[in-house]
Design a protein around this ligand. Sequence first.
Ligand SMILES: [Zn+2]
Length: 164
Amino acid sequence: MYINIDEIKNNKNEIVIDYNDKISFENELYPVQAKLHFKICDNIMQIEGNVKGNTKLICNRCLKENDYRFSYKINELYALDSLLDKYPDEYEIKDGNFVNDLNGEKEFNVDDFLYQIITINLPNNYVCDINCIENDENIKKYFKNSDIDPRMEIFKEIIVKEKE
Ligand SMILES: [Zn+2]
């Protein structure tokens, strides 16, 4: 879905959209709903609203894939034209406030915008449950790599003693 910047300007600098579509994460499509309020003031476009949906995340401990529901608030600022050209002296200050720059682009890609908002907010170290333990495969690997079970040392000793 694209929003035309001039369309917002022609609509008294404001537009509200209800987004209900599918976005691709890791080559799979997931339903996403969003309410977005676009407002333009001079060279700045503000996007306020929220986005929710579900995707799948892999647990860092058990490595199982789980359904993950997300819901994020949105409040982003965009410069319609490059701030660097218009206010070269202020760029450094503004850069910290709004990193986003449309560089005069007239078509705003809503799918791409939401994809970025979601991927930035998704947890990096996702664990499916606070009590999650590593899966069997990981435990087996651990035992294979470790030295002989220390409890077996007792039996070795007993065998040696019998021989004496
Ligand atoms: Zn887990």
